[in-house]
Design a binder for this molecule. Structure first.
Ligand code: CA
Ligand code: CA
Length: 289
């Protein structure tokens, strides 16, 4: 009798497991093996990067995304120049750009000297010619172990506009609450403002939508491109980097002594590579890794 019960229990337990096994959902015979999900980062790319220059000095950069924009100015823009014909440009690579103009402190820590006419650690370095700017960038690259360079003219304007299409990244006009320029005359529907008559500390005014300061005014900023007034007629529409030769190098953004119209996003200006002036400085670009 005991033996019969034991046999029954074995049969019962075996049947139970057989049923349980059948209840378990089975993968269809023809199902493909499940592919591993691609790694999706939920952490947004950093929008700022800070580079240590030693001696407690650092350099902060802002990530400028790849994108497209209308480079140049529309025909109706007040006081535009003939070299600003509007055309659609595509920049295929994001890049990091100096949040501020290069300061005298940053320049000195890399070059062990300061050429500026008006001294001050937080003032932008000025009175640097194009070759000196490039030497600074080379030494900075060697020190940081990353490539620094000047912006191309297209990168500069794209960064300045930060998505805006108006004469300034502040709108159809600008005033002395927004930038350091010669505000003795009003531009378009703007107002007459305070003229500081001097360079000022970087970062004093509000940044643009990319987080870049002083793109309008304070000091002109060297670009890597040669200047040619007709370049926009022949420019490649993707990642342009200027003509092969030209009348000096491009400077952008206007300066503390310039009227508003010379500080417009689209305004182009140029100087010989060996020109040192107290109104010209630079801003760095670091290639996004
Ligand atoms: Ca500037
Ligand atoms: Ca111009």
């Amino acid at each position: 009798m005991k033996k019969a019960i034991a046999v029954l229990m074995v049969v019962f337990v075996a049947a139970f497991f057989a049923i349980a096994k059948e209840d378990k959902p089975q993968a269809p015979a023809n199902a493909a093996p499940k592919a591993a999900a691609p790694a999706v980062s939920t952490v947004p790319a950093p929008t700022e990067k800070t580079i240590d220059l030693g001696n407690d000095v650092s350099l902060t950069l802002v990530l400028v995304p790849a994108g497209e924009f209308e480079m140049g100015s529309p025909m109706e823009e007040l006081k535009r120049d003939g070299d600003e014909a509007q055309h659609h440009i595509k920049l295929t690579k994001p890049f990091y750009m100096g949040k501020f103009e290069v300061t005298q402190l940053q320049y000195r820590v890399i070059m062990s000297q300061n050429p500026s006419k008006v001294g001050g650690d937080k003032l932008p370095v000025e009175n640097v010619n194009w070759y000196e700017a490039c030497r600074f960038l080379k030494k900075l690259s060697d020190k940081a172990g990353v490539k620094f360079r000047l912006p191309t003219e297209a990168e500069w304007e794209y960064a300045c506009r930060a998505g805006t299409k108006t004469a300034f990244n502040t709108g159809t006009t600008i005033d002395s609450d927004f930038a350091n320029y010669n505000a003795k005359d009003a531009y378009a529907d703007g107002i007459i403002g305070t003229y500081l008559d001097s360079v000022c500390e970087v970062g004093k005014y509000k940044p643009n939508a990319f987080g870049l300061y002083d793109m309008h005014g304070n000091v002109w900023e060297w670009c890597s491109d040669f200047y040619d007034e007709d370049y926009y007629k022949v420019t490649p529409l993707t990642d342009p980097n200027g003509p092969q030769k030209g009348d000096g190098k491009v400077i952008r953004g206007g300066a503390w002594n310039e009227p508003a119209w010379k500080c417009r996003s689209a305004d182009r200006n140029h100087r010989g590579e060996k020109t040192n002036q107290g109104v010209i400085g630079l801003r760095v670009v670091m290639e996004a890794q």
